[in-house]
Ligand binder design. Structure first.
Ligand code: C2O
Length: 562
């Protein structure tokens, strides 16, 4: 009798709440706890102390649904300062939860904690999270999966199963030592020792293979693979022997589906593909290998995994795949040129048709004097945007902006190269860069066209540029120097791919467009960690618009202090 009464009462309350607050029933708050701890990864035949989240490499996957609020409590148990970035999450008005150290927050100091609090708005798909301080991202990263709103289907046939496929790089030695050594010498850091797929390298010399990652598939079924490149410094080709992939999404935006046997994916990018287990029952090789079409050293180890049909003996020979040569530019171009926004009624491509701020930024390397850099003969490799090597502040930029702290940054970042030269031709005599903590200021809702122009200084190189706080449309791309007269005529303003990280082709340019509808300070940088370290980074300062809905929220109480 009692039970009966209380359950009726509960139903009464639930119905009441549902009528009063219909939204509460749909959206959820998701809680996660991230303990940043040191762990030894025996699986990778290494005894190096590895900084991880919850002792896992890769770290835990975060699942959320579009419109959910996500609360992640990060507790720092290691000796380094830590901050975590939710790569690709727009963070509308919540820049405090974006994560890049000294840009939107002071890092979380050893023994301290911080709760990242953000709501997923207007996004669904695959993203990832990673440490955004020092080189900790090498092992502190994991997937972030945003499911569509309840009852909203994918704009393609629902796959039978889904799996996260995280690609990364592994160094046998401590990555902090690797980069510190490089900065002391003035030279490039050592390349990694292995490429990993879901934390497994595949066979590596002197490391008895533990079999590598196996993706079990059942004949006839379809699988959506959420492929993420979490590597520090390498663009990758990704292939599965004998199976075509249908690309359906990149950087959490839907694309017009197309079939390919190879995808190219830069650090910071994600790609969802659907495969059908329609081949003869067996084992098929899955491979991640480097793409580098410049004379730059790479880690040549191919990361491997296995697509394993159910019931097949693991002793059966694996069908191998032919790995593209590392300089296979046509393979990469073919993939990139195939990407188009879905641009459907439900998911329109809202490409800005007019431009308020037209910008040209050169991205590339430079050489500055460094008297103490003996191995590099008294000089060091640096990197810059419009010849400015970004200097990290010691107070977070967003705080300085919000509280009006003077002397932390200036807003004179040049909208065009300070001096013009043949960017992709013979380098100028003077390879030196200037330095500063310069921001480019934008009024709320301004439309921006930004041409990112690679320079051939030192060497032309592909730079995957990532913009925080926004998605952008890649409206044009070319080789050589951007021509402001003829090239814009060829721009795609109808269905260009929308993403958060774009590869500037080696010795070429890309044009992107976005609307500055998110107030705050937003980092933009090369997602090759070595280039970020060298200074290939800058930030946009977007002013508040009118009223609270167009203004940055105040910082949370537990925002870390510097
Ligand atoms: Cu995924 Cu600023 O980085």
């Amino acid at each position: 009798m009692h039970a009966m009464e209380s359950s009726w009462f509960r139903i009464f309350i639930l119905v009441g709440v549902a009528l009063l607050f219909p939204a509460i029933v749909e959206c959820r708050v998701r809680h996660y706890k991230f303990n940043v701890v040191v762990k030894n990864m025996t699986r990778l035949c290494s005894t190096k102390p590895t900084v991880t989240v919850n002792g896992k490499f890769p770290g835990p996957t975060i699942y959320a649904r579009e419109e959910d609020t996500v609360l992640i409590k990060v507790v720092n148990h290691v000796k380094y300062n830590v901050s975590i970035h939710w790569h690709g999450i727009r963070q509308l008005r919540t820049g405090w939860a974006d994560g890049p150290a000294y840009i939107t927050q002071c890092p979380i100091q050893p023994g301290q904690s911080y709760v990242y609090n953000f709501t997923v708005t207007g996004q669904r798909g695959t993203l990832f999270w990673h440490a955004h301080v020092l080189w900790l991202r090498s092992t502190v990263h994991g997937a972030l999966v945003i499911l569509p709103k309840l009852g909203v289907p994918y704009p393609f046939p629902k796959p039978d199963h889904e799996a996260v496929v995280l690609l990364a790089e592994w160094w046998k030695s401590d990555t902090e030592a690797v980069i510190n050594e490089a900065l002391k010498s003035g030279l490039a850091p050592n390349v990694s020792d292995a490429h990993t797929i879901n934390g497994h390298p595949g066979p590596v010399t002197n490391c008895p293979s533990q079999g590598g990652y196996r993706l079990g598939v059942a004949p006839g079924k379809t699988y959506m693979l959420r492929v993420i490149n979490a590597a520090l410094n390498e663009e990758l080709f990704f292939k599965i022997a004998g199976h075509k992939m249908t690309v359906v999404e990149v950087d959490a935006t839907y694309v017009k589906p197309f079939k390919t046997d190879t995808i190219v994916i830069a650090p910071g990018q994600t790609t969802n593909v659907i495969i059908t287990a329609d081949q003869a029952s067996g084992q098929y090789m899955v491979a991640a290998s480097p793409f580098m079409d410049a004379p730059i050293a790479v880690d040549n180890q191919t990361g491997t995994a296995t697509l394993h049909y159910t019931g097949v003996q693991t002793t059966l020979a694996t069908t191998l795949t032919r790995i593209p040569p590392k300089n296979a530019t046509p393979v990469a171009n073919n993939f990139v040129d195939s990407l188009r926004s879905l641009n459907s009624k439900t998911f329109p491509a809202k490409v800005p048709q007019t431009v308020d701020h037209s910008l040209l930024f050169t991205v590339g390397l430079g050489i500055n004097p460094c008297p103490s850099c003996k191995p590099a003969n008294g000089s060091r490799v640096v990197a810059s945007v419009n010849n400015v090597t970004f200097v990290m502040p010691t107070t977070a930029l967003l705080q300085a902006h919000f509280f009006g702290i003077k002397g932390v940054f200036t807003t004179d970042f040049p909208g065009n190269p300070p001096f013009a030269f043949n960017y992709t031709g013979t380098p100028p005599a003077n390879l030196q860069t200037s330095s500063g903590t310069k921001l480019y200021r934008l009024p709320y809702n301004a439309t921006v066209q930004l041409v990112l122009q690679d320079t051939g200084i030192v060497a032309p190189e592909n730079h995957p540029i990532h913009l925080h706080g926004f998605n952008f449309f890649a409206v044009g791309r070319g080789i050589g120097n951007f021509n402001p007269k003829t090239d814009p005529k060829k721009f795609n303003l109808v269905d260009p791919v929308e993403r958060n990280t774009i590869g500037v082709p080696a010795g070429g340019w890309v044009a992107i467009r976005f609307r500055a509808d998110n107030p705050g300070v937003w980092f933009m940088h090369c997602h090759l960690e070595v280039h970020t370290t060298w200074g290939l980074k800058m930030a946009f300062l977007v002013d508040n618009g009118k009223g609270p809905n167009e203004s940055l929220l105040p910082p949370p109480k537990d925002l870390p202090k510097c």
